[in-house]
Write a protein that binds this ligand. Structure first.
Ligand code: FAD
Ligand code: NDP
Length: 426
């Protein structure tokens, strides 16, 4: 049993949705494109799962957040794929790939052949078991990567109302889920090994603002330690978690956000891998010229830094996907991908954006009292990164622009005095 397509997108997440949109914009013919996804629904904006999806009132639900509403574009419902002659093969895992023969074998036993393959398999959540802790398959322990995880989490939150949740990990998932839990009137303790939250991006000063804000909402922090085991009662109901420092925290539920691993395993030994992802060039093309990789799974040249990076953020998934399709459909007109890394988050009434790279000296600006504040990162005499909380659209555009321009900085204290004004007047 088998089908053949000109273009196949493997994976049905954010990058797949934006790639499909770009294919249609560039005139793909009916019957040429197929998307194969393990998930049972058409591509959607994954960021919604840790934000609107978890709210107790008026939660976001599909079909409202199918791609590409996250960038204020058309919403691609299953009907859209049908009308554009795109085959959606949903609820179907690809279990092996042969890039020499240009075939994919699905778990249902079908062989799908392609001329060009776009790998958009994203990533999987790391499990506590990978850190030597057992028991994370218990009903009240939640991870969050896909819609099934989010539905499970919503159910566990509903049955834990007024109870205690422990959030493991102080990264993006931990911070966003902790906010949703307290909004849902669940008591939250965050546990992470670092000295402060969002340790890879936030400076201690930035982190301390957010931690204070979270404390004001009732969130507690236990830092510098990790979870070692769970306690269950005789009915297998969770009662507590134990930490390496000897603390026992009462717990009705646990959310784990301890990072991800890109889904590259189908291509190990077949494509060149680098920094944990599939290595691609500035056209998002892998070491096999018929295979492209986009989104979380791709390690691509970030021109502005002169080195390859693998990014795990939605803007890069959207733009790398569009770029790959441009390179496939109009190779002679498509220049190298020239991407400025962009990360953001929204929690409670707060909202921040970051552009560029968080290396070098940090210059903070603003009052850090909750209105508008931020920071520049200056490396080798040039601005390489900018962070802003509570900015306007124009202010965010200004910090993005100066980060791309990389202006020379002679005097850090002068930059500090000018603060956001530096970006606004450049
Ligand atoms: P994904 O969107 O993960 O899609 C991968 C797809 O491939 C999935 O459908 C998966 O089922 C499928 N797949 C994998 N292997 C196979 C296989 N063998 N066979 C068939 N199908 C397969 N980033 C931000 O910048 N801002 C945010 O606010 C933000 N919020 C987030 C919230 C959550 C809860 C999560 C999990 C991530 C968030 N991110 C955010 C990160 C962002 O969503 C990812 O960077 C983005 O989804 C990556 O897109 P992708 O298409 O590469 O991978
Ligand atoms: P992150 O990498 O953001 O954070 C993981 C955190 O867990 C880090 O602080 C990490 O510390 C810590 N950690 C690692 N191991 C342990 C352990 N054994 N016990 C306790 N803590 C541990 O990953 P997340 O899981 O938060 O997010 C998953 C993915 O989802 C990421 O790709 C992220 O970009 C994406 N996402 C993005 C959002 C956004 O951009 N707004 C929102 C939600 C998700 P260390 O740094 O020391 O390893």
């Amino acid at each position: 049993m088998g089908r053949a397509f000109v273009f196949v997108i493997l994976g049905g997440g954010v990058a797949a949705g934006y790639a499909a949109h770009e294919f249609v914009k560039r005139g793909v013919s009916h019957g040429e494109l197929c998307i194969i996804s393990e998930e049972p629904v058409a591509p959607y904006e994954r960021p919604a799962l840790s934000k609107g999806y978890l709210l107790p009132e008026d939660p976001a639900r599909l079909p409202a957040f199918h791609c590409c509403v996250g960038s204020n574009e058309e919403r691609l419902t299953p009907k859209w794929y049908k009308e554009n002659g795109i085959e959606l093969v949903l609820g179907t895992r690809v279990k092996s790939a042969d890039v020499r023969r240009k075939t994919l074998l699905t778990a249902t036993g079908e062989t799908i052949t392609y001329k060009i393959l776009i790998v958009a398999t994203g990533a999987r959540a790391l499990k506590l078991e990978e850190f030597g802790v057992s028991g994370s398959d218990a009903e009240s322990v939640c991870y969050l990567r896909d819609l099934a995880d989010a539905n499970r989490l919503v159910n566990v939150m509903q049955s834990s109302g007024g109870g205690n949740a422990v959030v493991i990990g102080g990264g993006y998932i931990g911070m966003e889920c902790a906010a949703s839990l307290v909004i849902g009137k669940i008591n939250v303790t965050m546990v992470f090994p670092e000295a402060h939250c969002m340790a890879r991006l936030f400076t201690p000063k930035i982190a301390s603002f957010y931690e204070e804000f979270y404390r004001s909402k009732g969130v507690k922090f236990v830092k510098g330690t990790v979870l070692t085991s769970f306690d269950f009662d005789s009915n297998d109901k969770m009662t507590a978690v134990n930490l390496r420092d000897g603390t026992k925290l009462p717990a009705d539920m646990v959310i784990v956000g301890i990072g991800i691993r890109p889904n590259t395993s189908l291509f190990e030994g077949q494509l060149t891998l680098e920094k944990g992802g599939i290595k691609v060039n500035g056209q998002m093309q892998s070491s096999n010229s018929s295979v492209y990789a986009v989104g979380d799974v791709a390690t691509f040249p970030v021109k502005i830094f002169g080195e390859t990076r693998r990014l795990e953020h939605v803007d890069s998934a959207r733009k790398s996907a569009r770029h790959a399709v441009a390179a496939i459909m109009e190779p002679e007109k498509t220049t190298e991908f020239d991407y400025l890394p962009f990360f953001y988050s929204r929690v409670f009434t707060l909202s921040w954006q970051f552009y560029g790279d968080s290396t070098g000296d940090v210059v903070h600006f603003g009052d850090f009292l909750g209105n508008s504040f931020g920071a520049y990162w200056v490396n080798k005499g040039h601005v390489v990164g900018s962070f802003l909380e509570g900015g306007t659209k124009e202010e965010y555009q200004a910090i993005a622009k100066i980060t791309r321009l990389k202006p020379a900085i002679e005097d850090l204290s002068d930059l500090e005095t000018q603060g956001l004004g530096f970006a606004l007047t450049l």
